[in-house]
Design a protein around this ligand. Structure first.
Ligand SMILES: *[C@@H]1O[C@H](CO)[C@@H](O)[C@H](O)[C@H]1NC(C)=O
Ligand SMILES: *[C@@H]1O[C@H](CO)[C@@H](O)[C@H](O)[C@H]1NC(C)=O
Ligand SMILES: *[C@@H]1O[C@H](CO)[C@@H](O)[C@H](O)[C@H]1NC(C)=O
Ligand SMILES: *[C@@H]1O[C@H](CO)[C@@H](O)[C@H](O)[C@H]1NC(C)=O
Ligand SMILES: *[C@@H]1O[C@H](CO)[C@@H](O)[C@H](O)[C@H]1NC(C)=O
Ligand SMILES: *[C@@H]1O[C@H](CO)[C@@H](O)[C@H](O)[C@H]1NC(C)=O
Ligand SMILES: *[C@@H]1O[C@H](CO)[C@@H](O)[C@H](O)[C@H]1NC(C)=O
Ligand SMILES: *[C@@H]1O[C@H](CO)[C@@H](O)[C@H](O)[C@H]1NC(C)=O
Ligand SMILES: *[C@@H]1O[C@H](CO)[C@@H](O)[C@H](O)[C@H]1NC(C)=O
Ligand SMILES: *[C@@H]1O[C@H](CO)[C@@H](O)[C@H](O)[C@H]1NC(C)=O
Length: 880
């Protein structure tokens, strides 16, 4: 489970059709949890003076561990009573920890690694003409707040990220009291990778990564710059908590440390543009974020960029129950460049590049093929008769082979500036490597090629300034396809809301170019953080305002369609949350709702009767009408199979129906009315697709409207098969035991555990599990696995007892709570390279064994054998 900063990362995707070779499986333990590193939470004894008298709670914990002869080493201590008290420890024996007095929870430390921001584009200082009319501020009403002088003055935001380049002139140009970036801390140092020892220092400067600097600008960049943009809350004060080094990952104990530091520093808002696929609400950073939010600091967290992985693929810590998990919408305009044509009459031609191609002067155009329907233009080496192309701008048609292949064939004849015209695939960003080339639209290319074929002499030039255009984005305003889909495996509402995050221009470290255009839920998250700062600056800092912020933002958000086509359903709320944030409406509402998330849960835990109240906070009496507006029903899985539908998750128009206690009511100023909504799920949905139905309940009065958002699952999640028992991905049925060569183990093999000589357990989670167990068992144990059934293990050999508790195991190898599902393109599998020791590090005696893998069903009872799927490995020998 790889995770990290939530920039949009374009990567190769793998369809179901492709079987993956077993040889690609790395023989390592690839779970995102750090082996032997745990966060132990202890009782908060602050209000028990007698306990504090016995020394700190930490000393008491260590004393108890020593008494139990549990060896440990301490990495970090946490002591924020009311939020989190505990320590991150390396521990050999976790089985016994929960019996230690005062210990309330133990959670594995997981890491969040960082992808490289391939979609980011940098503008050099002084580079002219990148237009952005602050479209993101206009679509969300931020411009109206700025016009009233509301800019977040006096509010403080803590950004947990790669640091901030505060030397940037539009981020205040300095660090410390009096500057925009007034505080913070570097918890890790430049050289930190997530695996080595952090080297903290007080200076959170980021001049090597840029992600945190971009995030900071979205919140707080000063206006008056060459791009005429500003942050959402440019008068707010920023504290920068640097938790990533220049490269690598971060474990969640560092995240927790930074969060608690932010609380101590009095931040009004804490924001995290990071995360990784998780699915549950139970990770340490997730739980701590949620508690901080409940205690009155607004916490905004990225929803994740795993949209292509389909439903039930939410991110931690974005899953934090009380935090605001943020989805991204695409900017309504894309800033592009245009070129000028002469010799023939034609308006300037838009080309898909944020910055002008660095070509000087006016150059003749050379067209490779006069046939405007050619399908494989320049896919083969060009004919020998081709002239020296270095004097020309070359025009080539898209299609058949990679852009780089065409450009290499053109370069073989000296061609170094190329226009590629679209073939109907669509006008969008393309990858051309280091070649100087850009995509133009099909019509423009056809025009140029036809004129050339007719003998016209055509010249083009690339103005280096003043030729920027605001191209209407074909997906402008829609939810960015990369946004991760919810809900969480425990049916919480993630993402909560959408903010602009696709194609966002903001500050970048000065040494790296000062400005950059980046996409990701990483960019949507600071937009929400800035919006929260504006809210607090108007409504005042208080626990009530902070804990009510999400409700205000959700009630006033604007639902988003699933496409640009009229009549298509609204996007499922499991990707858009409550809709696109409308910051002005949230801050100056004239009607409020007591509750905006109506969580119906699954069929086994169905809550169809939902109540919330509508309050008239305006100055006149108003009559409200209630209405139900459904969103598309999302089919998470392929019917009758355990394969998730990749994103965009297919939608249907099978809608729920809603009945109200009264459809219409009148409220005087200050009065409230309790709405009782009885929601009936859509009929005839196929439960094997684990369909999620959703929608909005609007209260409208005149032009004013607010809404609550509901969703439910038309199946019981307990029936979701958690372990993949198919051969879909690897061509061999899973789970499987691999030998030291990485091949499926044949017969009984003895392992020495010297060098590479050890077996690997390979499995995939078809759905998340609350508890995954690997135990060592006797080779005499025989049974048929219960992988796709809900039944007790049926033993085919006599054994004592039949209940789960009595399955005779020799000892635990791995116990993993809250494991998320695997996906098909980024995260192929779970592998555990076995060691010759139990989970408690005690050596396993020489002998022959099997591994028993068990995975608990969602909402399953951990003490009920029939709620686990199980698999028994072939026998293998440990002789080490
Ligand atoms: C960081 O690593 C570089 C290269 O290995 C080294 O030169 C430098 O001294 C390190 N910096 C610190 C603060 O350890
Ligand atoms: C700068 O943006 C503001 C709105 O934010 C707009 O009113 C103004 O016209 C813009 N100025 C230029 C030079 O584009
Ligand atoms: C291609 O490169 C040559 C040599 O550097 C240069 O003279 C020429 O102007 C370039 N042509 C274009 C179209 O950029
Ligand atoms: C355009 O080119 C792409 C890439 O080769 C190809 O997949 C697509 O079918 C072509 N489209 C048309 C309309 O020819
Ligand atoms: C395309 O048309 C132009 C102008 O008629 C001609 O000079 C050129 O040779 C033609 N190119 C090809 C590849 O036929
Ligand atoms: C849904 O029901 C399950 C089982 O009772 C529970 O664990 C979970 O918290 C519920 N989810 C919500 C959002 O209430
Ligand atoms: C609420 O009413 C005030 C005063 O009439 C008005 O300025 C404001 O725009 C209204 N808010 C909304 C969200 O319409
Ligand atoms: C494994 O080792 C045991 C004990 O040395 C031996 O009896 C057995 O034959 C070995 N099995 C294989 C397949 O080498
Ligand atoms: C470690 O676990 C094994 C298997 O459960 C058990 O037999 C052994 O006693 C444990 N060792 C210690 C030191 O607790
Ligand atoms: C276990 O087997 C290994 C390899 O055959 C041997 O070196 C070791 O002494 C054995 N251990 C015991 C306790 O018998």
């Amino acid at each position: 489970m790889k995770a990290g900063l939530l920039l949009l990362l374009l990567g190769p995707t793998l369809g179901f059709a492709a079987k993956v070779s077993l040889s690609t499986v790395e023989r390592i333990t690839n779970l995102a949890t750090l082996s032997n590193k745990f966060i132990v939470e202890v009782e908060d004894a602050s209000d028990i003076p007698s306990k504090r008298a016995l020394g700190t709670v930490h000393e008491q914990l260590y004393r108890s561990l020593r008494e139990r002869k549990i060896s440990f080493s301490v990495h970090k201590e946490f002591d924020t009573p009311g939020i989190f008290v505990g320590a991150s420890l390396s521990l050999d024996d976790v089985a016994d920890i929960l019996n230690v007095e005062g210990v309330v929870a133990i959670r594995p430390v997981r890491t969040f690694s960082r992808p490289i921001p391939v979609s980011s584009k940098i503008v050099s200082p002084g580079d002219p003409g990148l237009p952005d009319s602050e479209s993101t501020h206009i679509t969300t009403g931020v411009d109206k707040l700025h016009a009233r002088g509301i800019r977040g003055k006096g509010m403080k935001v803590g950004i947990l990220d790669t640091g901030t380049d505060y030397t940037h002139p539009f981020l205040g140009g300095g660090f410390g009291p009096g500057f925009k970036v007034a505080g913070g801390f570097d918890l890790v140092g430049d050289n930190y990778t997530g695996l080595n020892t952090p080297m903290p220092d007080p200076d959170p400067l980021d001049q090597c990564s840029g992600h945190g600097t971009h995030v900071a600008g979205i919140i707080g960049a000063n206006p008056g710059n060459e791009f005429n943009i500003s942050g959402v809350a440019p008068d707010a004060t920023i504290f920068s908590y640097r938790i990533f080094g220049c490269t690598g990952s971060v474990p969640d104990d560092v995240i927790v440390d930074a969060l608690l530091m932010g609380v101590k520093d009095g931040m009004d808002v804490l924001t995290m543009s990071l995360g990784g696929a998780d699915g549950w609400t139970e990770g340490t950073a997730t739980v701590v974020s949620s508690r901080i939010a409940a205690a009155g600091t607004i916490v905004t967290i990225a929803a994740g960029n795993d949209g292509s992985s389909g439903a039930w693929f939410t991110s931690g810590p974005g899953n934090a129950i009380n935090a605001i998990s943020v989805a991204s919408s695409d900017n309504t305009v894309i800033p592009l460049q245009s070129l000028t044509v002469s010799g023939v009459a034609h308006a300037p031609i838009v080309y898909y590049d944020t910055f002008p191609l660095p070509v000087e002067g006016t150059l003749p155009l050379f067209v490779l093929s006069n046939d405007t329907t050619v399908v494989d233009d320049a896919c083969d080496p060009l004919p020998a008769s081709t002239p020296d192309l270095s004097r020309f701008v070359v025009l080539v048609r898209r299609g058949t082979c990679a852009f780089a292949a065409k450009l290499a064939n053109i370069a073989a004849f000296g061609g170094n500036t190329t226009l590629i015209y679209d073939n109907g695939s669509g006008f969008g960003a393309i990858t051309v490597g280091n070649f100087s080339a850009a995509l133009i639209q099909a019509d423009d290319g056809v025009f140029l090629a036809q004129q050339f074929a007719a003998g016209a002499q055509i010249f083009v030039s690339f103005p280096q300034s003043g030729a920027g255009v605001q191209f209407p984005a074909p997906t402008g305003g829609l939810v960015s396809t990369f946004t991760s889909f919810g809900p969480t495996n425990d049916n919480f509402f993630k993402p909560a809301i959408t903010a602009p995050g696709g194609n966002i221009l903001s500050t970048f470290p000065v040494p790296l170019g000062s400005w950059a255009l980046i996409s990701g839920t990483s960019m949507a998250t600071p937009f929400m953080a800035g919006s929260a700062l504006l809210l607090l600056s108007v409504q005042g800092r208080s626990i009530a305002v902070a804990t009510g912020a999400r409700t205000l933002f959700q009630s006033t958000a604007k639902p988003i369609s699933s496409s640009m086509t009229d009549g298509d359903p609204l996007q499922t709320v499991t990707q858009q949350g409550a809709g696109l944030v409308q910051v002005f409406d949230a801050i100056f509402p004239n009607t409020t709702l007591s509750k905006t998330e109506l969580l119906l849960n699954d069929t086994a835990h169905f809550v169809g009767r939902q109540k919330f109240s509508v309050k008239n906070t305006g100055k006149t009496a108003k009559t409200y009408t209630l209405s139900h507006v459904p969103a598309g029903t999302a089919a998470g899985f392929t019917a009758g199979s355990i394969l998730p539908n990749p994103g965009p998750v297919p939608l249907t128009t099978d809608y729920a129906s809603v009945v109200f206690n009264s459809n219409k009511f009148t409220l005087l100023p200050g009065q409230s009315h309790e709405v009782v909504a009885t929601i009936t799920p859509p009929k005839r949905l196929d439960p094997t697709t684990f369909p999620v139905y959703s929608g909005f309940i609007f209260a409208r009065s005149g032009t004013e409207s607010v809404h609550a958002t509901y969703f439910g699952v038309a199946a019981s999640l307990k029936n979701a098969q958690t372990i993949d028992n198919t051969d879909t991905i690897f061509g061999v049925p899973l789970p499987v035991l691999l030998d030291s060569q990485g091949d499926v183990q044949e017969g009984v093999v003895n392992y020495t555990f010297v060098g590479d000589d050890a077996p690997t357990v390979l499995w995939r989670q078809a759905f998340g599990t609350p508890l995954l167990l690997l135990d060592l068992v006797s080779p005499d144990l025989k049974f048929t696995g219960t992988l796709n059934t809900r039944a007790p293990i049926s033993f085919t050999t006599p054994h004592k007892g039949g209940s789960f508790a009595k399955v005779p195991t020799i000892g635990p190898i791995l116990q993993l709570p809250w494991l998320g599902r695997n996906d098909e393109d980024q995260i192929l599998d779970n592998t555990v390279l076995l060691a010759n020791s139990f989970a408690n590090a005690t050596k396993i005696p020489n002998g022959t064994y099997k591994i028993l893998l068990r995975s608990l069903a969602v909402t399953g009872d951990p003490t009920n054998e029939a709620d686990y799927e199980s698999w028994l490995s072939p026998a293998f020998g440990i002789f080490a």
